[in-house]
Structures are given as structure tokens and as C-alpha cells.
Design a protein around this ligand. Structure first.
Ligand code: FAD
Length: 487
């Protein structure tokens, strides 16, 4: 089935909106014949909502999922085009991400991962578009450059950040760390500028933009340190954890496992294409009114809606001042992710960073399509922002600015314009986590808020979504269990 989400451009057919995905649920609605009060309504079927709905349904609760889109997966989904899953959002997973790995082993999917990069044959090099022209380096030279730059950047304590943030699943373990939430990444670069070579600075700036999808002048240095600590305080770790292992069948093949298991309980009802517009907490019951005017009732409401979208939903009683302020500020990430299917086989082993002029900053060979073509994935950020569907010639120019290539197909999802995401993965500005993290995690009467955007561990990752869905489901199960002996 074809989703409304996503775009595809080919030389032959031009630009088309909507791409096929195994994440599309058809038929889109399964509701009881008569009006019922559900145990819990889960608003949002990304990994947070899918995990929560599955766990609650497995525990015997009557669950209703309300999802604005026509598909599961939220910010992580794959398009199935000519037998190949282009990843539109969240992609890479790792066994060091505890919640993700628990699910991968639980669903027996260990054999379904593959490695994105290849260093076998072809050009086998890295291009750095630096301020004094394009440079070609070997991949080991690329690693050495990035390792040196990132380590200087993160080394605030003489031990590569291990003293300041020893334990990222309790980021404030050393309370000294909070002072770094007062800094942006630009502030930190200014502190170490004299120690970086011109190439290191270029590589670092490109890398930071890929991390945050925002601007170096606004992104929080604390949040970067959190990622760095999660990745074992090394550049090697960042590479291994963040961009190496992905599902051969695409993210939607993973999301389907959660979905199919939840459906198999017989306890799940659902309505896709049904955005929650008003959420009214009456105390013993919560009422949800959809954008189309349908009404649903449950004993608890679990909102798995992302931070940047929460402002579009009305809550009664009103949300507290702190959460309201956090929603108003939102997160900064407006990453642009563009896939290119190209005829140049030799570029399968290529990677590149262009921090100078291109609207796409970081790119690398990500796979080989069934047609035998190379698949390149490219990332851009808020700085020098690209709206890929608005001007395909500009997008092609941005893709080929990194290195020349013969593009046959482009595939992308414009997360910036997506009204149910309003951005990509969570990345905050300075001070945001110190000021609002606790408020975002708090509940609001019978409404529980869960999303990767305010997870504790792998915040902003798929792992964080599963962490949050697990937490929220347990909270609801334990509360409702008190009143029901058969659960
Ligand atoms: P979401 O996935 O955003 O789910 C929220 C759901 O709520 C959506 O389905 C949305 O449609 C729905 N919704 C919104 N409003 C309403 C409403 N009013 N009513 C009902 N439903 C509503 N993570 C990784 O681990 N690895 C990666 O490689 C990686 N790369 C990424 C690349 C990109 C381009 C993007 C965008 C994200 C990436 N991420 C990655 C992050 C990861 O995708 C997210 O952190 C994670 O998927 C968030 O899951 P979630 O369920 O918390 O939120």
C-alpha cells in the first residue's frame, strides 16, 4: 500500500508524492461496533505508541490507537520501492541500545541487520570540501581526522568526557555537567578553536550539523556530550552506534513486529487518519475528540505525540506553565535526509563532508539496490536549509555538489513540513534539558506523556521511544490492575 508520506523523483516519471510502505495499515480502522470506554487510548503509533499499545494489550487492557497518519512508525519508516527499503527517518540500531536490542532479540531479528558502509573496491575514499578546496582522503585518514576533531571538542575534563558524564543513563550523575547546558556548540568551538586544524574544524562542523539538524550557533553542547557518552566517549563509538547497522527489510519490518503482536492479542482497536485534536480529562475518564469530530473515551490517555506537535492539540484542563513553555520552544532539528539511487557503482565506497556551500552536508554509500545501482544517503540541516520537493534541480545540484554522480532516483520525506512531526529527531537548544526535561516527563491527571523526545537514555533515538513506551505502559498497567483482578 502507498502512504501519503514521502516523495520520489525519477528521471522517467518526475516528482511524485507518496511512496509504498509495508507500514501502511489497511483497512485503516478497526473499532468495536458499539461505543465502549477503553482502558487506554494511545495517541500516536510511532515506536513509543507501538510499544505502549503492545505491552498494554498483552497485559489484557483494552487499547485504542489513534494515529494521524495512514501508517505505523512515525519518524521511523521505510519505503518499499522496486524491492528496496529506503529509510525515510530513523534507520540505524545497535546492540548497545538496550531497549532496541531487547526487541530485536525478542523478535529473533538478529540475522536481519546489515552494514551500511562498504570499503570494498570502487573509489574507496572520503571527500572533504574544506575552505581551501576539495580534498580526497582514505577512510582511515577520514577516521583519524574525525577522531582527533571530535575528541578535542568533547574533551572538557582531560579524559574525553568520561569524568564529566560517566553514566549517560543518568546524565547528571556528575552535577558539574549541567554548566555545559549553558553552552552552544559554537561556544565550545570558540573555546578550542586554536587547537583545531582547518580540516578538523570543517569535519567537526559538518558532523555537528548532522548530529543536530540545526545550527552550530543554537545546538546544546550538553546534548552533544550526552550522545558522546552514550557512544562510549569515542568517535569510533559514534560511528558504530549511530550509522552502521540497519534492517535489511527496513525499519517498517521492525515496527510491523510490534504491530502484529499487538493485533494478535485481540485487545487492540485502532483508527488511522484520525489525529487527536482535543483531549479532555474528566477525572475518571478521558475523552478524545479527533480532528474530524469523532469522540473516544478511555480510563487513561497515553500521548505519544512528539514535542513539536503537542502545541496543536488542545488539553483540558490546560497544561502547566513549564510544559507549555517547553512546547512553545520545541526542539531544533530540521534535518533533511535525501536518498539518491545513482548509476555510479564505484561510489558505493565513498563518503563526504561539505560544510562550505552545499545544502547537503554529509553523505555516504548506504547500499546497493536490486537494480545494481549505488544508494547514497545525504543529510542537510537548518543552516542552509533545503526543501527537497520544492525545487528538484536544486536538490540534484545539492546531491551532486558533494561529488559528481549520475542520479536516477531521489527519495525523501520532508520532516520540516510534516505537520505530525514538525522536525526530525529531538535536538534541543542550550538550557532546554536543564529547564524542561522533568516537566516534560510529568503526568497530567489521567494523561501520561511518553515520547523519545524526553527519554532519559537514548533520547531522540528509536531506543528512547521504546524506553518511553515501556515506562508509560507499565504505569498504566499497574494503575488499572489495582482495580481489575483479571489483569
Ligand atoms: P514519533 O515517531 O514521532 O511518533 C509519534 C506519532 O504520533 C507519529 O506517528 C505521528 O503521526 C503521531 N501523531 C502526531 N500528532 C498526532 C495527533 N494529534 N494525533 C494522533 N497521532 C499523532 N533514531 C535512531 O535510533 N536511529 C537513527 O538512525 C535515526 N535517524 C533518524 C533520521 C531521521 C531523518 C529522523 C526524522 C529521525 C531519526 N531517528 C533515529 C529518531 C527516531 O526516528 C525517533 O526518535 C523515533 O522514531 C521517535 O519515536 P516516537 O514514537 O517517540 O515519536
Amino acid at each position: 500500500h502507498c502512504s501519503r508520506d514521502g516523495w520520489e523523483w525519477t528521471k522517467q516519471q518526475g516528482l511524485r508524492q507518496g511512496v509504498p510502505s509495508i507500514g501502511v495499515i489497511h483497512p485503516p480502522t478497526r473499532l468495536p461496533a458499539t461505543t465502549v470506554v477503553f482502558d487506554v487510548i494511545v495517541a500516536g503509533a510511532g515506536y513509543t505508541g507501538l510499544t505502549a499499545a503492545r505491552d498494554a494489550a498483552l497485559a489484557g487492557l483494552k487499547v485504542l490507537i489513534l494515529e494521524a497518519r495512514d501508517r505505523i512508525g512515525g519518524r521511523s519508516w521505510s519505503s518499499n520501492i522496486d524491492g528496496y527499503p529506503f529509510e525515510m527517518g530513523g534507520t540505524w540500531v545497535h546492540w548497545g541500545q538496550p531497549h532496541v536490542w531487547r526487541e530485536i532479540s525478542r523478535y529473533n531479528m538478529r540475522d536481519e541487520l546489515e552494514i551500511s558502509q562498504s570499503y570494498d573496491g570502487g573509489v574507496n575514499h572520503f571527500t572533504l570540501a574544506s575552505r581551501d578546496g576539495n580534498k580526497s582522503m582514505s577512510h582511515p585518514e577520514e577516521d583519524a581526522l574525525m577522531e582527533s576533531a571530535l575528541d578535542k571538542f568533547a574533551n572538557v575534563d582531560g579524559n574525553s568526557g568520561r569524568v564529566i558524564m560517566p553514566y549517560p543513563h543518568n546524565a547528571g550523575y556528575n552535577p558539574e555537567v549541567w554548566k555545559y547546558d549553558k553552552l552552544t556548540c559554537r561556544d565550545r568551538i570558540d573555546q578550542i578553536a586554536g587547537t583545531l586544524t582547518a580540516d578538523e574544524l570543517c569535519g567537526l562542523e559538518g558532523y555537528l550539523l548532522m548530529t543536530s539538524g540545526s545550527t552550530i550557533e543554537t545546538m546544546s553542547f550538553f546534548e552533544f556530550l550526552h550522545w558522546w557518552a552514550l557512544c562510549g566517549h569515542t568517535y569510533r563509538g559514534c560511528f558504530e552506534y549511530l550509522i552502521k547497522y540497519k534492517f535489511r527489510g527496513g525499519q517498517s519490518s521492525f515496527a510491523r513486529k510490534f504491530w502484529d503482536e499487538a493485533v494478535s492479542t485481540g485487545n487492540l482497536s485502532y483508527a488511522f487518519n484520525t489525529p487527536a485534536a482535543q483531549i479532555i480529562d474528566h477525572g475518571l475518564e478521558v475523552e478524545v475528540v479527533s480532528k474530524g469530530g469523532q469522540m473516544f473515551r478511555a480510563r487513561r490517555l497515553l500521548s505519544a505525540i512528539p514535542l513539536n506537535v503537542l502545541g496543536t492539540v488542545g488539553f483540558t484542563p490546560e497544561l502547566d506553565a513549564e510544559r507549555t513553555a517547553a512546547i512553545k520552544i520545541g526542539h531544533l532539528n530540521q534535518c533533511v535526509k535525501v536518498h539518491a539511487e545513482i548509476l555510479n557503482k564505484e561510489l558505493r565506497t565513498w563518503s563526504g563532508i561539505d560544510y562550505t556551500t552545499s545544502k547537503l552536508v554529509y553523505a555516504f554509500g548506504d547500499g546497493t539496490t536490486p537494480a545494481g545501482n549505488t544508494h547514497i544517503v545525504a543529510f542537510g540541516a537548518m543552516r542552509n536549509h533545503l526543501q527537497p520537493e520544492e525545487d528538484i534541480q536544486e536538490t540534484l545540484k545539492s546531491v551532486t555538489a558533494l561529488t559528481s554522480m549520475d542520479v536516477d532516483r531521489l527519495v525523501f520525506h520532508n520532516w520540516h513540513k510534516d505537520e505530525y512531526a514538525k522536525g526530525a529527531w529531538f535536538f534541543p537548544g542550550r538550557g532546554f534539558i536543564s529547564s524542561y526535561h522533568t516537566a516534560l516527563r510529568a503526568r497530567h491527571g489521567s494523561i501520561i506523556f511518553a515520547n523519545s523526545d524526553w527519554a532519559v537514555g537514548w533520547r531522540s533515538f528509536i531506543d528512547g521511544a521504546i524506553e518511553e513506551g515501556t515506562r508509560a505502559a507499565l504505569e498504566v498497567i499497574q494503575e488499572l490492575r489495582k482495580g481489575k483482578s483479571n489483569l
